[in-house]
Write a protein that binds this ligand. Structure first.
Ligand SMILES: Nc1ncnc2c1ncn2[C@@H]1O[C@H](COP(=O)(O)OP(=O)(O)OP(=O)(O)O)[C@@H](O)[C@H]1O
Ligand SMILES: Nc1ncnc2c1ncn2[C@@H]1O[C@H](COP(=O)(O)OP(=O)(O)OP(=O)(O)O)[C@@H](O)[C@H]1O
Ligand SMILES: [Mg+2]
Ligand SMILES: [Mg+2]
Lengths: 228, 228
């Protein structure tokens, strides 16, 4: 379902300055798995996620997502791939000029879902993250954790087969975080593959799923039923 | 040192829609105290902090910071006040077109500190948050937690008497978070007043300082040596 083979990602800055963000990473995630990606700040977690969403391209190695090799994927096929994937970005990336409702609806509009389905799924999604009464608000009118929850709702509302979440609970209190994790767990039980980068030791320890640990761009641990 | 008296803050949206973000809040923080502000996502923590930084004005009640009534403060005196206060924003607010070094230096430049002092304090500050080798990077070249740490360094580098931090560890792994808390604790021991909004139950429980809990804009608990 997701496969990284000898993947290296280097960010270059100027002629003599480069950061090796991921170094020779090989990881395979099978359909329906729930995987935590952990590691210190700066260890490469977001880079790992950005390569899977094709926001960045690797400098070495190969990546397959949902059976497609990302390097050879025709760019007009990228939207088709993204139909099957939900993303929660570490910096949310909400559209400031759209309401909460419109931000979540957008995920369904871009994949051509019919109006009737959108009008049913968006309110359901907002309700699941506790934001029903914020439907008509704009992102700048929301608290940090509310913005984060809109970005979570947007990611799952199209019922994706793969859910890639980069620190989806960093701005949430423990009990709201538990609510989000229950949601992710439920989506995982319907057969979706979930990959989640997180700093939340509690969540990782309580759920006991596979844990991949990064350190300076290397995979230093890959453990089923792991702890932080 | 910091005093809120019957403070109310309402955000209006349209003719018929309003959110009471803080409702009749009265709180006094004495010089040198270390106070945690906790509460669920959306409970009013950031609003509380924004009123103290004068980013927002209250609709009711009065606020004093460092002896000055924020409502009657002449706007030309706001910079003088801000000289004594360091802020860590929940959304960082780094300047994208400046390097990490320049972002931190800016906090000293705007209050007119001499070049020699800046050249000494900025590297020290970056070292304290573990970002010495990122001096020349721009914010978009940093991980989420690295951006957060730049914003922490910028807040304390001018040795402020009051430090207002809105969720300064939300994007950090536990061990990096401990590093930031040690820094805040050290600054507090030099006599600075620290007010920190946080969702990190661990940090609050391990430090046992005063805890003010918000719920729907109300203060529901105010406890010295409190837990989350
Ligand atoms: N500019 C605004 N316009 C309208 N409503 C707002 C605005 N800013 C905040 N709010 C609302 O005020 C309430 C309190 O927001 P605040 O940002 O203070 O919460 P918070 O406790 O910091 O939450 P979090 O833990 O998620 O950061 C929320 O319901 C939020 O939607
Ligand atoms: N666009 C970029 N240009 C240069 N360097 C970058 C860029 N993006 C990330 N980096 C660097 O790559 C390394 C890994 O970054 P990444 O964002 O993957 O870390 P992370 O594990 O997600 O950290 P955090 O937990 O703080 O979010 C860091 O040293 C970072 O500074
Ligand atoms: Mg990251
Ligand atoms: Mg907040």
């Amino acid at each position: 379902m997701i496969k990284l083979q000898n993947v290296t990602k280097t960010y270059k800055r100027g002629a003599d300055d480069e950061v090796v963000a991921l170094d020779d990473v090989t990881v395979e995630v099978t359909k329906g798995e729930f995987v935590f990606v952990v590691g210190p700040s700066g260890s490469g977690k977001s880079t790992f996620m950005k390569l899977l969403t094709r926001e960045q391209l690797p400098d070495g190695g190969e990546i397959w997502v949902a059976g497609k090799n990302l390097a050879t994927l025709r760019s007009w096929k990228v939207p088709v791939l993204r139909r099957e994937i939900g993303y929660v970005f570490q910096d949310f990336k909400l559209l400031e000029n759209k309401t909460v409702y419109e931000n979540v609806a957008f995920a369904l509009e871009v994949i051509g879902r019919p109006r009737r389905e959108i009008e049913k799924r968006v309110p359901e999604g907002l309700d699941l993250v506790g934001l029903s009464e914020k439907s008509r608000a704009h992102p700048h009118e929301l608290s940090g954790g509310q913005q984060q929850r809109v970005s979570v709702a947007r990611a799952f509302v199209n019922n994706p087969r793969i859910l890639l979440c980069d620190e989806p609970t960093g701005n949430l209190d423990p009990s709201t975080s538990v609510g989000v994790m229950k949601l992710l767990d439920r989506i995982n039980r319907t057969g979706a593959t979930v990959v989640m980068a997180t700093h939340d030791q509690h969540i990782v320890d309580s759920m006991r799923r596979r844990v991949i640990e990064l350190e300076d761009g290397h995979v230093v641990r890959d453990q089923s039923r792991g702890v932080y």
